[in-house]
Design a protein around this ligand. Structure first.
Ligand code: SF4
Length: 69
């Protein structure tokens, strides 16, 4: 199942946790201060939800297709 991912860069404090847990979906930008979203849709629900849970500022939002309906 595909999920949608949103990243609120304004509130990201650059801890790097998301990029470590789900490197296919998140990367740190050149400065290392913010995360970048590599994909806004993915099937990697488990790792992305873990990233969202670990994010200290809760700036990662995950939406499943079921929730959208
Ligand atoms: S886990 Fe959250 S605060 Fe840390 S780099 Fe990722 S988006 Fe930013």
């Amino acid at each position: 199942m595909k999920i949608k991912v949103e990243l609120d860069k304004f509130h990201c404090k650059g801890c790097g946790a998301c990029a470590e847990v789900a490197p296919d979906v998140f990367e740190m930008d050149e400065t290392g201060d913010k995360a970048n979203l590599l994909k806004d849709e993915t099937t990697e629900q488990e790792t992305v939800e873990l990233s969202a849970a670990m994010c200290p500022t809760k700036c990662i939002e995950v939406t499943t297709e079921e929730e959208e309906k």
